[in-house]
Design a protein around this ligand. Structure first.
Ligand code: 5AD
Ligand code: SF4
Length: 460
């Protein structure tokens, strides 16, 4: 019997990937995806725990789902509610205590057990005393879950994610990831190449290799030993030629090794855009964060990247108001941004997370100061992003078209530097990389025209 599954994804790209895998795992049970909660038999909230606001969001959404579930049950029906992702991992049974109508709590390392967990929850339905069944699975299994996840079989998007690494051993003092995602694990090279081949055969033309610490990748190599990310990228470029574009995220400056920088020089498929979080430009703060690199280390890495690939554009993450951050520390961060020049970036007010060392630091920065610093930093980053986008106007750039645009006859695609671009183009160009003359910048995307006009009815 067909049942409907609604998955809501919060947070990072790894969660987007995981949500798709959860849908794959549940497909053999007859669950098909639906966009709306109203006709869903099972709702999965795939949560994020990185900052307090993200961690709390799930509870307001669960509050909204409670009357829906009560109504279903009153009418003799049912609605299974599952909380997955990093909040599930971090809070475990506490989720059920705060939201007793939750049926399943499943951590990121237990997704492959979803069929069993759903069956258990359904079996518990009748005799269950509470409004939810409270099935909790947040253990870290001995066997990596990747070995149990089914392979993709359906047509893929033009641009897809592929998890190659998970977890983090770095223990930055502000971050919950080492606790929610566990120890670093790299998938074997052979599995990654095979999955990439399948994704390409199913229509993917761009792959983004994912990991919480993706450039710490050290997967088992086909002939023994281990390969780093640079070597993996070379193998993918050689063995899966249909993937015209390769990206990876998220990286740590300490793992930006020579082999990976050389791959940026030698592998044309590796896109000239890198998200490399630095968090702060002040050595004092970086040391307190346990980042184990200095602002100068970061500058040198950028120099080497730019020497290898002169058109590389940079993105980063910044935290303002880390405990003990002074005006001078903040000024050092602003100076680093001015010096490097970022094509885009994400920036956050420091948010104390329970269980992390920074949360119990005595010198918490008052919220008013954090707010003020964030505004100044975002202003600067916005100016840099606008300047970067404006600099592409008038240039001809290769765009990989991914989907229809907002207006009829229009397609949306990405430049090598991850900018969205809209252009009038025939639909058959979805999945193709085409030269586009950039004509204008808008708030969220560029606008352009095809360098060589294409008729709508020409054969593909
Ligand atoms: N407070 C604010 N930002 C955080 N990040 C991680 N933990 C916190 C926190 N406690 C940011 C970092 C990281 C990004 C994914 O989220 O900048 O790179
Ligand atoms: Fe968190 Fe630091 Fe690991 Fe990144 S490297 S996931 S910020 S602990």
């Amino acid at each position: 019997m067909t049942k409907k599954l609604h998955v809501k994804t919060y947070g990072c790209q790894m969660n987007v990937y995981d949500s798709a895998r959860m849908a794959d795992v549940l497909a053999p049970l007859g669950y098909r995806l639906t966009d709306s909660v109203d006709d869903a038999d099972l709702v999965i909230l795939n949560t994020c725990h990185i900052r307090e606001k993200a961690g709390e969001k799930v509870y307001s959404d669960l509050g909204r789902l409670r009357p829906l579930k009560a109504m279903r049950r009153a009418g003799g029906g049912d609605l299974l509610l599952a909380v997955a992702g990093c909040t599930a991992q971090a809070e475990g049974a506490e989720v059920v205590r705060r939201a007793p109508h939750v049926d399943i709590v499943v951590g990121p390392q237990a997704y492959h057990r979803l069929p069993e967990l759903v069956a258990r929850a359904l079996r518990a339905a009748d005799g269950a005393a509470g409004p939810g069944r409270g099935v909790v699975a947040t253990d870290f299994p001995a066997e990596p879950k990747f070995d149990f996840l089914p392979q993709p079989t359906e047509r893929q998007a033009v641009s897809v994610f592929l998890a190659v690494q998970e977890g983090c051993d770095k223990f930055c003092t502000f971050c919950v990831v080492p606790y929610t995602r566990g120890a670093e694990y790299s998938r074997p090279v052979r599995d990654v190449v095979a999955e990439a081949g399948r994704l390409a055969a199913l229509g993917a033309r761009e792959v983004t290799l994912l990991g919480q610490n993706v450039n710490a990748y050290h997967g088992a190599a086909p002939e023994g030993g281990e390969w780093g990310l640079g070597r993996l990228v070379r193998a993918l470029a050689a063995e899966v030629p249909a993937l015209g574009r390769i990206r990876y995220t998220t990286s740590h400056p300490r793992d930006m090794d020579e082999a990976l920088i050389a791959a940026h020089r030698d592998v044309p498929q590796l896109m000239p855009f890198l998200h490399l979080p630095v968090q702060s430009g002040a050595d004092r703060v970086l040391a307190r964060m346990n980042r184990r690199h200095t602002a100068d280390d970061f500058r040198r890495i950028v120099d080497r990247l730019r020497a290898a690939r002169p058109d590389i554009a940079l993105s980063s993450d910044f935290i303002v108001g880390y405990p003990g951050e002074t005006d001078a520390d903040f000024a050092a961060t602003m100076a680093l941004i001015v010096e490097i020049g970022f094509a885009q970036a994400f920036s956050f007010k420091y948010s104390p997370r329970p269980g992390t060392p920074a949360a119990v630091e005595p010198e918490q920065v008052p919220d008013a100061i954090r707010t003020e610093r964030l505004a100044a930093l975002q202003d600067l980053l916005r100016q840099q992003q606008d300047a970067f986008n404006a600099a592409t106007v008038g240039r001809t750039v290769p765009v990989l078209f991914e989907k229809r645009g907002r207006h009829p006859g229009q397609l949306a695609g990405r430049t090598p530097w991850l900018q969205w671009l809209h252009a009038s183009a025939p639909e058959r160009l979805i999945g193709s990389t085409v030269d586009v003359v950039v004509e204008a910048t808008g708030p969220n995307s560029l606008a352009g025209r095809l360098a060589i006009a294409q008729s709508a009815d020409a054969a593909a």
